[in-house]
Design a protein around this ligand. Structure first.
Ligand code: PHE
Length: 341
């Protein structure tokens, strides 16, 4: 019996040292330590032995069992360690390799211009006011003195929604009413940047969506001189101190009198070229003194308050600044264009 145990132990340990993986280990355990293994059956047979032999055989069987269990555990740990070493070797990470460059995002050219415009007006005391892009007919037209069926509506080809009276704003001017109604009768100096939409035939000069920056100043004794001074100074700060500007009479239903401001064409220096249509001047904004009816709609008494307003197009200005000859480039997401800014 003792010899048999000796034999069991020796054979099991020999086998154990040839095993290379977890599956084989588990099979070994079943064979040599499982319920039906020769070793375990030895325990069952103890009862049949002569009384005086039992303790000796029993103790020896227990020793063999412990020896096998310990050897099993040791082998298992050795295999795990070896596997870890192998993966550390084969999957080694070389942290000294140079990194892959990350493609950096950049600001859209319109946003660059918008930020510049807003910064200039901030310096002159104008605060930014955000206003909604989905508007009512009332705010986009009626309250700005453009009644239904007024021919001036032709200036703003409109995207209507399926909800009657709700549309995509065609300009940022409805924001004038919102901001006036919120702050009247306090004096105001605000710029309102944002997207506008027009139902237009897309061309190199016209898009169906574009940004505007509306400006509005309301207070006592605000004059056309303030309007001219503010906008001329704005042009100098944006385009440089040497830029020349001119104001032309114009018409908008919500300003009276109304004007448009041109800057001298810096491509040809005023001599005339294809960009300025040989005129030497480029139009950059519409403006005027806030119409008394609009002041009243905003909650200000036109007898005591006056104001000026203007609206300019950042895409237009970006085109002039960077000599971009097609407005469609702003929206067709061509990286060859966008990455130049
Ligand atoms: N809202 C006008 C447009 O879209 C521009 C404008 C704004 C003119 C404010 C005068 C005053 O054409």
């Amino acid at each position: 019996m003792l010899a048999a145990l000796e034999q069991i132990q020796q054979q099991a340990l020999e086998e154990l040292h040839t095993l290379q993986d977890e599956d084989a280990l588990q099979r070994w355990k079943v064979t040599h330590l499982g319920r039906n293994s020769p070793l375990m059956r030895t325990f069952d047979q103890l009862g049949a032995l002569p009384k005086e032999e039992r303790p000796l055989i029993g103790r020896r069987a227990n020793e063999v069992k412990r020896a096998l269990e310990e050897a099993f555990e040791a082998r298992r740990q050795a295999l795990q360690q070896a596997a870890l070493q192998r993966s550390l070797q084969s999957e080694r990470l070389d942290v000294t390799l140079p990194g892959r460059p990350i493609a950096r995002g950049r600001l859209h050219p319109t946003n660059l211009t918008l930020r510049q415009i807003v910064r200039i007006f901030n310096e002159m005391g104008f605060q930014v006011y955000r206003s909604r892009e989905v508007e009512t007919d009332e705010y986009n037209f009626e309250l700005l003195n453009i009644p239904a069926h007024h021919p001036a509506r032709d200036l703003w080809d409109t995207f209507y929604t399926t909800t009657p009276g709700v549309l995509l704003r065609t300009h940022t001017s409805p924001g004038q009413i919102h901001v006036m109604r919120q702050y009247a009768p306090q004096p105001l100096r605000v710029v309102l940047p944002g997207m506008c939409y027009r139902y237009e035939q897309v061309s190199a000069r016209k898009e169906t969506q574009f940004n505007q920056v509306e400006g509005l100043a309301v207070g006592r004794n605000i004059t056309f001189g303030d309007l001219k001074g503010t906008l001329s100074d704005f042009a100098r700060r944006l385009f440089g101190p040497q830029v020349r500007t001119r104001f032309r009479a114009s018409h908008f239903p919500f300003t009276e009198p109304s004007a448009e401001m041109d800057i001298e064409c810096f491509l040809c220096g005023g001599w005339g070229c294809s960009v300025c249509a040989q005129s030497g001047w480029l139009e950059i904004l519409g403006a005027g003194m806030v119409h008394p009816l609009v002041l009243r709609n905003g909650g200000y008494d036109p007898q005591r308050f006056s104001g000026f307003a203007f609206g300019l197009g950042p895409e237009r200005i970006t085109m002039l600044k960077y000599h971009v000859d097609d407005i469609r480039l702003f929206w067709n997401n061509d990286l060859r264009f966008l990455e130049q800014f």
